[in-house]
Structure formats: C-alpha cells, structure tokens
Ligand binder design. Structure first.
Ligand code: NAD
Ligand code: UGA
Length: 461
C-alpha cells in the first residue's frame, strides 16, 4: 500500500505554524509512519530543512532534528507527494477575505480550493483527506464536491480534525492535548477513515481524550472554542475599565471570579487586547456564518467581542496619551514586546501593530525591542518607519526614553534591572504595563509613574 518500511504515508499540505509543528509531533510519536510536509513556498521548505526553522516555538527544533531525514521530510514536490500519500492533512492558511462578497468577515477559501483541486488532479488511488485548517462549517462538503467532480474514480473520505494548539506552548499542547477532535461522515467508509486517523493519535494520546463527532459539529466546535476563549478576554478587559475608575484591582477580581470552578481561572488576564492570526478571523467567520443564516442578533453578540478588543487597544493608547500630558510629539517611547504573545516570533494581528501605529500618529518616536519578533515587526511597520528604531537590547531601547509601554509579557522583562533603566530615562519616567507583568510597587519606589491595566495608577505627579 505504501513505501516499503512504513505502515502508511502521511502528507501535510501547508508548512506553516500548524503544518510544521503538528507533523513534527506525529513523526516523533509514530516512527512507523512516513510524514512529509509540502508547501508552495520554497523558502519555507528550505528553512524547515535547515536549523533556522521558519517559526520560533520552544522545543520544536530538537524534535525536528530527531525525526528529519528518518520519517519526517519537507518538500516542494507537491504532486508526487499527493500521489504517494494515504492520508493527506490540509493545513493551508484560511485568512479573512479582504475583497468582494463577505469582505472583512468571511473566510478566503482560495487556498483550500486550490489544494482540493491539486489533490484531485494528482491522486491516482483512494485517499483520506483531513481538514486541519480552521474553516467555515460545511467546508468539507465543498471539498468533497471538488474532489469527486468530473470522471474521477478515486474515492476521497473527508475528515475534520481541527487543531487546538496555541503558539508558544505548541509542542506541549500537541504532546499532551486536552482533546483530539475527529469529525466524520456516519457511513461505513467515513467511520473506517475515522478509525485510521484515530490509530495515529492513539500512539500517544489516551483513548478517553479522543472525541468523535459528525463533520459539521467538529468544524463548528473549532470556531466556538476560539470564540469562547476570545470572549473571556474581552469580558475581563471590560472589567479592567471598571476597575480603573472605581479603585478595584482586576487581578484580584479575576482571581476571586476564577476560583468558582464553574467559571475557571484561565484566560482571565486583562491586557492590551488579544492578537494572533486566529481569534479575530475565526470570530468574524462565525459572525459571517450567523449573518448568512440570518441569525442577526447572534452575529451582533459575537461581533461585539471583536469591537471590544479594538476598543481595548485604543484605550491603552489613550491612557498613555493622557498620562503623558496629552502630547507625545517628539517623545521617545520604548516598546517592550511586539509578538502577539511571549515565546513566539509571530506578530500576526498583534496588538503592538495597532498600538505602535497609533503612537506614531501622535508623533511619538518608538524604540521597539523584542527577543524574537523584530524581523516580523520590521515587516509590519514597513513604509511607516520614520521615528522607529528596532533595538535588540532593552537597556539600549530605553536610552533617553520618556516612557516604556510593555505589550508582550516576555519572562526576560521581569528580570531586567529597573533602577538602571530608570537612570537612563528622561524624567518624569512613565511605565505602562499592558500585561500587569512587573512589580508595580517596586517600580514606583524607584521613581517611575506606573500605569497598570485594570488597577489605579501609582504616580508621583
Ligand atoms: P501559515 O500561513 O503559517 O501556513 C500556511 C501555509 O500554507 C503557508 O506556508 C502557505 O505557503 C501554504 N499554502 C497555502 N496555499 C498552499 C497550497 N495551495 N499548496 C501548498 N501550500 C500552500 O498558517 P497557519 O498559522 O499554519 O494556519 C493554518 C491553518 O491552521 C489556518 O486555518 C489556521 O486558522 C489554523 N490554525 C492555526 C493555529 C496557529 O496557532 N497558527 C492554531 C490552530 C489552527
Ligand atoms: C489560540 C487558542 O488558544 C488555541 O487553542 C487555538 O488553536 C489557536 O488560537 C488558533 O486557532 O490559532 P494562540 O492565538 O496561539 O491560540 O494563543 P493564545 O494563548 O490563545 O493567545 C491569544 C491572544 O490572547 C494573545 O494575544 C494573548 O496575549 C491574549 N490573551 C490570552 C489575553 O489577553 N489574556 C488571556 O488571559 C489569555
């Protein structure tokens, strides 16, 4: 059925943040399967074949090095690999559509459709096709229609197997997942395909963590998971605003509320707004779906989660502006952290992009520092670099600065010598801790005017 020494050939189309890491984990846990990852981007594939991986994810390089060349391969030979595969994961990007019908909300399905057509053109034997990308509900139907169109005698069984890993903790999330969700058709061939996919995960995931559902429930559950997580963040961010005007402390409120086991303590950290490539896009996808089915009140409910996130980013900027005497013209601000969260170099939809653009509109000068995201930050701010410096060393970034805005809670920022930093800054020195990451009392005692999120400011003025 497949290459001599392997039980099955697995192929993943799309070597991005999901395709690369998920296939690396499958290869490392299933030495009896051959795993190949392909992409249209030669640059990405070359990077996966080097020790400068295209993405930064703790623990990933070691795992790639362990399996690469043995049962893990990265290639641009998409057509040949499709033909050789038994199971094909589709992990291409599904961004928000930016043109035409549904612009700004619907998913741009062009990469999914191109992939389906390529599979159809090159598959000469039956295949299981697994949706790993996050897609709208009933996308499997569209894929099936494309795959089975024309005079094609090849049979394709489509499964939904959404990915729940979070960046920065991707390796741990995939090695010990809360759950693996597999949606299939309730037909003999659908259930057989589902069992074949389950066999892969059973190499390391306990059986009780594998959930099986129908295809549409699986597709919808992925959107709902992200919508619920993002909704919690927007909820706590609204409470942060109330805390700032009433003297309550959002960290204390989160703790008190989260200790109710019905509510739970995770994802209740107030911040400058959520970022990342998926929350906004997946909620807007859900909103579009609701509008499509004329569930307008429900669409409005979910859209508000995104509107509140925009409001939160703007609120962070306004707080800086107001605290610094309502003008930032010519003032230097050190930006601590540009990645959308720590332990990743990913800056897609990072709050830092919006916040920095707004600060530049106010004619501030920015010294941006980040341990892993400066290359992406440069690309994000391309064309508006006037007044922006990208500086690796945070001590250099604060030289002559009037304020610091901490946007990403890198652990290394906790360990800096803030007396040394204070001494290098203009006075009065401000610090805006967008993540409540630092020791505010200690900073205040050094002489900083400290503006946390969701807590009263500590100021000498
Ligand atoms: P990405 O942009 O990092 O990677 C997608 C890759 O697909 C790119 O390298 C691109 O070149 C490639 N590609 C596009 N069209 C192709 C084609 N026709 N043939 C071959 N390769 C093609 O995206 P990502 O972050 O890995 O996300 C992929 C999917 O997974 C999205 O649907 C996303 O919503 C979902 N997801 C992402 C995460 C995450 O943490 N990033 C987590 C869970 C789910
Ligand atoms: C998120 C989900 O957590 C994953 O389960 C999902 O697979 C993934 O999206 C996806 O579909 O792409 P990710 O975006 O990588 O993962 O990272 P998160 O840890 O969820 O953080 C997202 C954003 O929310 C970050 O900007 C983070 O700083 C912010 N956040 C998170 C808060 O502001 N407060 C919190 O309490 C938690």
């Amino acid at each position: 059925m497949t290459s001599k020494n392997f039980k099955k050939n697995i192929l993943c189309i799309g070597a991005g943040y999901v395709g690369g890491p998920t296939m690396t984990i499958i290869a490392s846990k299933c030495p009896d399967y051959k795993v190949t990852v392909v992409d249209i981007s030669e640059e990405r594939i070359n990077a996966w074949n080097s020790d400068e991986l295209p993405i930064f994810e703790p623990g990933l390089l070691e795992r790639v090095q362990k399996s690469r060349g043995k049962n893990l391969f990265f290639s641009t030979e998409i057509n040949r690999c499709i033909d050789e595969a038994d199971i094909i994961f589709v992990a291409v990007n599904t961004p928000t559509k930016m043109f035409g019908e549904g612009a700004g909300k619907a998913v741009d399905l062009q990469f999914i459709e191109q992939t389906a057509r390529r599979i159809k053109e090159n598959a000469k034997s039956n295949k299981i096709v697994v949706e790993k990308s996050t897609i709208p509900v009933r996308a499997a139907e569209t894929m099936a229609n494309i795959l089975h169109s024309g005079n094609n005698s090849v049979q394709f069984e489509i499964l939904s197997n959404p990915e729940f890993m979070a960046e920065g903790t991707g390796v741990a999330d995939m090695e010990a997942p809360d759950r693996i969700l597999i949606g299939s058709m309730d037909t003999p061939s659908g259930l057989q395909a589902r069992d074949i996919l389950m066999d892969i995960y059973l190499h390391w995931v306990p059986k009780e963590r594998l959930i099986t559902t129908n295809l549409w429930s699986s597709e919808l559950s992925k959107l709902v998971s992200n919508a619920f997580l993002a909704q919690r963040i927007s909820s706590i961010n609204t409470i942060a605003s109330i805390c700032e005007v009433t003297g309550a402390d959002v960290t204390e409120v989160s703790r008190a509320v989260g200790m109710d086991s019905r509510i739970g303590s995770k994802f209740l950290n107030a911040g400058p707004g959520f970022g990342g490539s998926c929350f906004r896009k997946d909620i807007l996808n859900l909103v579009y779906l609701c509008e499509y089915y004329q569930l307008n009140e429900i669409a409005a409910f979910w859209e508000q989660v995104v509107s509140l996130n925009d409001y939160q980013m703007e609120r962070f900027v306004k707080r800086i502006l107001q605290a610094m005497f309502n003008t930032l013209v010519g003032k230097k601000l050190a930006i601590f952290g540009f990645a959308f969260k720590p332990d990743t170099g990913d800056t897609r939809d990072a709050p830092a992009i919006y916040i920095c653009k707004r600060l530049l509109e106010e004619k501030a000068c920015l010294n941006i520092t980040d341990p892993h995201a400066l290359n992406n930050a440069r690309k994000d701010l391309q064309g508006i670099e006037r007044g922006v410096e990208f500086i690796e060393d945070p001590y250099q970034a604060v030289e002559g600065a009037h304020g610091i805005a901490l946007i990403t809670e890198w652990d290394s920022y906790k360990k800096l010598d803030y007396q040394k930093i204070f001494d290098k800054m203009e006075k009065p020195a401000f610090i805006f801790d967008g993540r409540n990451h630092l020791d505010h009392k200690a900073l205040y005692e050094i002489g900083f005017n400290v503006y946390p999120i969701g807590k009263p400011a500590l100021k000498h003025l």
